[in-house]
Structure formats: structure tokens, C-alpha cells
Design a protein around this ligand. Sequence first.
Ligand code: S3P
Length: 448
Amino acid sequence: MSGARNGPAKAPAKSAAKSAAKSAARVGPGGPLRGTATMPGDKSVSHRALIVAALARGRSRVAGVNPGLDVAATVEALRALGVTVDAAGSAAEVVGGTLHEPADVIDCGNSGTTLRMLAGVCATIDGLSVLTGDDSLRRRPMGRVARPLRALGATVDGRAGGELAPLVVRGGPVTGAEVTVPVASAQVKSALLLAGLAASGTTAVRTPPSRDHTERLLAALGAPIEVGDGVVTLHHSFTPEPFELEVPGDPSAAAFFAVAAVLIPGSEVTIAGVGLNPTRLGWVDVLQRMGAAIEVVHEWERLGEPGGQLRAAAGPLTAVEVGAEQAPAVIDEVPVLALAATQAEGDTVFRGMAELRVKESDRIAAITSGLGALGAEIEAHDDHLVVHGPTPLRGGTADARGDHRIAMTLAVAGLIAQDEVKVEGWGSVETSFPGFLDTLVGLRGPGR
Ligand code: S3P
């Protein structure tokens, strides 16, 4: 198993990716987790840093790039678009300002962030770009990004009238406009802002709040960007200067170890060097409301991204209600929060979670069947989940459904179950956290 600090992975051949997705991991109960761990670089920030570096004119340096296949897909896509990316370990040097029409279809693998954000970039490149992905990505909604890009003057088509990838983008000059995006999607908002960097006039995106990494990075680089109440405005076109950034550790990855620490008696874990962007810490708020001992220690800021330490210790939990207004801030952590809720006193409700149905898997179904196979009592509804607790989990076999966040949730379930859990589809962790098990072993201590 490769370490957590491996650099941008090389996208494997399709057959290799498929057999990896079929592999299994076995995780059994053990003693407390103790000590300090670091996380791989934040996946969302890694994508953005590489893409914005590709738009800057000159050589940028990005360190701590996420080592998973999603970010590797962005690196390969940028190369296909004419950008030089020299990757060594977790560092990448990007020579931007040379984007051109790709010679072939661009395969974004499993990565919705790659496909949607690059749709915005391709809208501004003269020529034709075709963006596709794996079976999962080709099932996910793309009309949400195609429609507003058309409003900026781009020609975007795709299967099912532009609703599904492959997306076909005929790029060229785009014109700023005020566009409304009803869904809280940072990928779509970012696609529009990236297109807006090359648009004539003002680009304004009216949308509910979602993670704000793109806004922070562009503002730190001097872009004329303004974040208002429900609207982000890029006042005119802007070419970033090259920059250097060390990507913070991924707070979504930290959530798995924080939940494990909270659930396993005697545990005390520190996650160092982690990103503390408030739009990513909804899960900390939910666990704190459940009574968990989690501390956030701010230490630094890099190009607009705050970071520091997260500390978590074991303790009892009580059920809470997570409202629809909090959904965008916890959406990637609902699987592991649902696991925490199986051990809480009472019924935890996650409302307004329809977006979970269109992630890397249908996560409402995957959580219910995966944790259900281990004895959890979870009710799945169209757009919400009810988790009954506390319920002891037994060992057994559970399927990650090709979804990295489900796989890691099931591994944490193995730590607190009565017997070993076999996680099928373990290879999906390569998407964001190839070194997950190494990090876990590091916190468990030798031989456990
Ligand atoms: C991401 C945004 C979210 C999130 C995804 C990463 C990003 O998706 O679930 O894992 O980096 O912008 P949506 O934009 O679809 O909400």
C-alpha cells in the first residue's frame, strides 16, 4: 500500500482501475487510536490550484498535491490542453498560459470536479473539447454546468440534450452575464468563475452557499472578485500571476479519523497541517453538537485558505438534526457522520440531502445498504436519512459501490464493529486517499 504522501498519481489504464475497484480490505476492531497524523493534500484545493496555475502566465509551484486519481485526472486533462505539468512526489510545477484545443477526448475518470470545472475553462479555449468520464461520472448531472455556460455564450452539448457526459464544448470568446445556479454546487460556481476570468464584462453567479476555495484563491491572487449575499461577482477578466502554494491537508479525509477517535474508547488524535476553511467544517459542527470533544486550532493562512490542527477524543454522542441549510457544508462527510450517528443516543436526521443521490454513487442507498449490512438501522428517504442509535455493529461484508467515501466509512465501521469488516470495492480509495490504511495503522500503533 503506498504512503499518504505520494504525488499526483498516474491515471491507470481502465482495466487496472477496474480491478483496483474490485479489491477488498479487511479492517477489524482494535484498541484506541492515538497520536498525530497528517492528511493528503486537500482534493478540492489541489484541483483549483492546478487549474488556476494553468491559466496563469508562467511557472507556478504547488506542493502537497492530493495523491489520488481524481487530481491525477486533472493533471492529465491540463496536459491534454497544452499545459506543461512537471510532477515530482507531491509537488507539481505548472507552466500556464498555453491552453489550446485538445487533440483527443479528455477522460476525467471518476472526477466530477475535473469535468465540471474544466467545462468552464474549455468554454474559453478556441476549438472543440470533449470531456467524458467513467460509468459513474457519465451518469451524473451535467445540465447544471452546461446551461449557465451557454448563458455566457459558450456552445455546450452532451448526451440527453446536454444533461450527461460526454460534454462537447465549442469554446471561444465568452461574455460576462448574471447567471443563477439553483443548486449549491461549488464545481458549477467555479466553472463559471473560471470562464469569467476570460470573459468580456462582469460575470455574476447567483447561487446558494457552497465551498469557496475558488473565490479565496482568486481573491488572494488579486482578481477583481466580490463575494456578496448569495452572489459572487467577478468584475472583469483577469489573468493570474504565477504563484506558489502548499495545499493544506484535506479536512474531509480528517473526518474519518476524527469520527474513529470519537467512537473508540481511549482514543485521542491530532490531525496536523489540515485545512480549516469554514465551508468545509460543517462535520465538526455536527459532531460537536452531538457532544464530541473536537477542537479546532487555527495556525496559518495560505493564499486565503486557513489551516492548523484538529483534535478529537473519544466520548459519548447524542442524536441531532442536521438541517437542509447545512447540507452543502457536510455533503461529503454524511457517510461517516451517519456511521457516528449509529452510535449516538437517539435518532439522527439528515435533511435536504438529495444531492447525495448524484455523487460518485447514490450515497443514500450506499450508506443504507453498506452500514445496514453490518447491523445499522438507517431509514432511507428520497432526500433524507434517519439513523437510529445506538446500534452495535457486527462484522461482515459490505460493498463500497465504487465510492471512496463509502469505502473509508466502512473501514472505520470495521474499527468499532464486533468482528472484522470486509470492504469490497476498496480500490475506490485511490480516488482521494491511497494511503488511508497506512495512516490508520500509524494511529493504531504497531501490531494492532
Ligand atoms: C467539490 C464540490 C462538491 C463536493 C465534491 C468536491 C469541489 O460537489 O461534493 O466532492 O471540489 O468543488 P458539488 O459541486 O457537486 O456540490
